[in-house]
Design a protein around this ligand. Sequence first.
Ligand SMILES: [Zn+2]
Ligand SMILES: [Zn+2]
Ligand SMILES: [Zn+2]
Length: 259
Amino acid sequence: MKITFLGTGTSVGIPVIGCDCRVCQSQDPRNRRWRSSLYLEAGGTHILIDTSLDFREQALRFRVPRVDAVLITHSHADHIFGLDDIRRYNTIQGSIIPVYASPGTVADLKRIFSYINTNLPEPGVFRPRLEFKEETGVFTVGAITVEALPVVHGKTETYGYRLDWEGWSVGYVPDCKTMPEATLKRFEGVDVMILDGLRHRTHPTHITIEAALELLTRIGAKRSYLTHLCHDLDHEETQETLPPSTFVACDGLTLTVGQ
Ligand SMILES: [Zn+2]
Ligand SMILES: [Zn+2]
Ligand SMILES: [Zn+2]
C-alpha cells in the first residue's frame, strides 16, 4: 500500500487568512497545511478519502493519476468542497466514479451537489458523473477491503475508515471528538493509524492531542500519525513531544505499508 497525505490541516488551513502568529508566518514548509485528505493505492486500486477544498492543488502537486473511488468521512465543507474537480477523472478514466459515505452524508452530498448525476444529456457540459453509495459496514473497492466505522464529531454523522489489503491495514480518522469502543476495537493493531490531532486546548468537536495519544496507545498501531492540525502547533516542536513510533503528518508525506 502506498499512502500520500494530500492535506493535514484543519478546516481553515495553515497559514490562516490574516494571521500573524509564528506558525502561520513560519518558513518551515511542514507548517503549511492544506485541508485534510488522504490518497491510497494498493493492488492497482486508487482511493481518495475526502475531496478537500484544496483538492485541485493537491492533485496537481502530489500527482493523483486516477481515482477509482472516493470515500467521504463527513459533510463538513473542508472535506467535500473539492468534489466538483473529480469530473476530470471521469474524463481521464471514461467512467462513472463511486462515492461512498454514510446515509446522512450521502443525503447532504445530494442536496449540496444537486446538479451532479450520472446521466448527462448535454454534450460539452462537464459535470461530475458520480454514483453516491450509502455504506454502513464492510465493502470492497477493487483490491481493497474498506470498513466504515462511526466516530463522534459533534452532531455531524462522521465515519473513520479502516482499509485492508493483503494482510496490511490502515486506519484514518481525521475528525473526531471521541471514538466508540466498538470502533476502537476495529482499529486495534492496524499497521498505520492516522488520527485527529487538532491542538492541546479542548474543542467542542475535536479531540485534544493528549486524548489522541491515549487513544493511539490503546489502538497500538505499528506507526501512528496526527493530522488535521491547527496553527497552535509547530510541526517540529510538536514532533519532539511525541512518543516513539508516533509522528506529526505533513502535506505530501508518503508512507509504504507492506509492499
Ligand atoms: Zn475537518
Ligand atoms: Zn496563525
Ligand atoms: Zn469536520
